[in-house]
Design a protein around this ligand. Structure first.
Ligand code: AMP
Length: 347
């Protein structure tokens, strides 16, 4: 085997980091993981790792010295950390993108400014709550920052309930609850000159957490093409390098609304490991390391089920068939709703 010479630094050590490391290993690229948690699945697969606060400049300097470029598995790595690293070494995708996408208000404003439709929303700080448009209800109030898997979200059926609620000292948007037909996502990978994307994945959420994803999505070819075009427009406008996910609602009258953009590999793309010629993770590594992207080609229909919390115990003792692929992330601590593993079935 060729000696690995190039080292990719990865911020974050969760399951997304683990799958990124495994893809890098396959491509003979060294990996160095920087994580703030000892319970990080990726550390068992990478060449080197540091467990430290993302704010520790000494550790960051050591990391920078020992890598050729950096990427991240998760957009909630502090912007300041990524920006500090970017000043000394290339970080892909560029941290300035994170600044826009870590913030729901900036994200939706950006999307609307390039002609892409989102749910109707208001920034709560800038409006008189009593005069709020009644048509926004039923609605969800979401924290602008650090919300994912439904964290930081409160549902209001009507304005009366909304006005009674006392919000913490945080920034919020209020957004109309969509009675959608389906949710889909498009995963796109882009390098400096080209982008490739997977066809839409159809996603089902339970309590705002992804429960299952399947491919092909049961949608028209026209909607699939339209969603891919929107994802490409976003990636191009952001000058994005790496893999990114755009999540959509399909309304009852077949219109696409972007719910959010994940500037990273995404849970709905886990099934690409088993159903396609290339995974979302491998194309991320290819994009950031300047290797040729592979055009996705699907070999199988597939369904991926997330395994949360204690359910992992049942799966650990279950036999799988040859068409089932069980992934145990190996997290030490089992927490309610924590993503502990997933199962992909191919057909
Ligand atoms: P988010 O963290 O914003 O991606 O929300 C997680 C999930 O909650 C989404 O995938 C939807 O299933 C649901 N959700 C979020 N916002 C809305 C909305 N405005 N209308 C209906 N469902 C929503």
């Amino acid at each position: 085997m060729k000696k690995k010479t190039f080292t990719l630094g990865i911020f974050g050590g969760g399951q997304l980091g683990k799958f990124l490391v495994e893809s890098a290993n396959k491509l003979n690229i060294r990996t160095f993981v920087f994580t703030d948690s000892a319970d990080s699945p990726a550390i068992y697969y990478c060449d080197d790792f540091i467990i430290s606060s993302y704010k520790d400049k000494k550790k960051l300097d050591f990391f920078i010295k020992n890598i050729d470029l950096a990427t991240f598995e998760f957009e909630n790595i502090p912007f300041k950390t990524l920006d500090y690293v970017e000043k000394k070494i290339n970080v892909s995708p560029n941290p300035s993108i994170i600044k826009t996408l870590q913030d729901r208000l900036k994200e939706k404003t950006f999307l609307n400014s390039i002609g892409i439709k989102t749910t109707k929303f208001y920034y709560l700080k800038k409006i008189n709550k009593k005069k709020l448009d009644n048509n926004i209800f039923p609605a969800l109030v979401k924290t602008i920052r650090l919300g994912y898997d439904g964290k930081g979200q409160v549902f209001f059926k009507n304005k009366i309930d909304f006005l009674k609620y006392s919000f913490k000292n945080k920034e919020y948007i209020i957004e109309k609850l969509i009675n959608f037909k389906k949710e889909i996502s498009i995963i796109i990978s882009r390098d400096k000159s080209k982008s490739v994307s997977f066809d839409a994945f159809e996603n089902l959420h339970k309590n705002q957490i992804l429960q299952k994803s399947q491919v092909p999505a049961n949608i028209s070819a026209k909607l699939n093409v339209e969603a891919k075009k929107i994802a490409k427009k976003i990636a191009d406008k952001l000058n994005y390098i790496g893999t990114m996910c755009v999540e959509f609602f399909i309304t009852k009258d077949n219109k696409l609304l972007v719910n959010e953009i994940a500037p990273r590999v995404h849970n709905s793309g886990h099934l690409t490991i088993n159903a396609h010629n290339v995974s979302q993770f491998e194309n991320h590594i290819r994009a950031v390391c300047n290797l040729k992207l592979k055009k996705p080609n699907r070999f199988h229909r597939a369904i991926m089920y997330n395994i949360l919390g204690n359910d992992i115990k049942k799966y650990r003792s279950k036999e799988t068939t040859k068409n089932e692929f069980f992934y145990d992330y190996g997290k030490k601590e089992i927490k309610n709703k924590r993503k502990m593993g997933h199962l992909t079935k191919i057909f």
